[in-house]
Write a protein that binds this ligand. Sequence first.
Ligand code: NI
Length: 308
Amino acid sequence: MLNALSKMFFLLLGIAMLWCGHSTLAAEDTGWNLQMTNAAELWRTPSKAESLTFSSDKKSRPKAVYNTSRTSRPVVALTFDDGPHGVLTPKLLDILRDAHVRATFFVLGSNVSAYPDIARRIVAEGHEIASHSWSHPSLTKVSAGRFEHEIRDTTDIIERTTGQRVTMMRPPYGALNHRVTKALLEDYQLDVILWDVDPLDWRRPGSDAITRRLVSGAHPGAILLAHDIHPGTIAAIPATIAQLKAKGFSFATVSELLAMDEPTLQKSPMQKKPDAPSISVSGSIPAPEENGKSIPQRVDAEAHKVAE
Ligand code: NI
């Protein structure tokens, strides 16, 4: 009898081990989703927050560098860098709220630390928040330790402060090389978001010029660059939104815009802006910088002072 019981025990143990082995293998094949499903089935129904947090990336597409979204739909993404600013960002949020427009904010970790309430307001009002480093260095020129601080601590403070997961990073000045790009995409699992319409608002050309440049540069799938630390930029946004709406454009966050990306859709030459960074939407990693030119070094375009 004892012998029969122990045989039964080992038989059950064997079945359990086989099941676990199969489960682990399947989980490796499909990433997070199966593991979450198993856990949820066994223990509880997943909350809405969990499904939002874990459902998206691995299954849908690899991390990549983007400067635009290839779509024929008349949708653009307004993006604002370098904030939150204590005075100007709340003004901008008022404008966006009144116009029913959602945007994407590439924030500095240092400014989230200084203005946590504004960071929370950005998310509470439906905008997307993403990383622009902690203190705005050129990531191609910092030590490994500093790089780690710039990326990890910024992700941490944004997530801790706002509860929104960070999935995207815009490198200061658009400065990238092979090493930085590979680290962001692979080690930190962040999409790298550049832009394809740059009004050079940091040069403070006046709000009319900023509006004119943003509106004339807009095309389906465009990622529009601006900075919510300059008064002229904030002043330009109501007319910019009104004129883009009049031309038939609607607005999306960068994540929403990327979800519309159709890799098979080629941009026509008319849609290619002369000031666009040379890299196209791609999952590949740019060539190493030691062999001649590295990928877009937009140091000139965003060489603004971060200090307010
Ligand atoms: Ni910047």
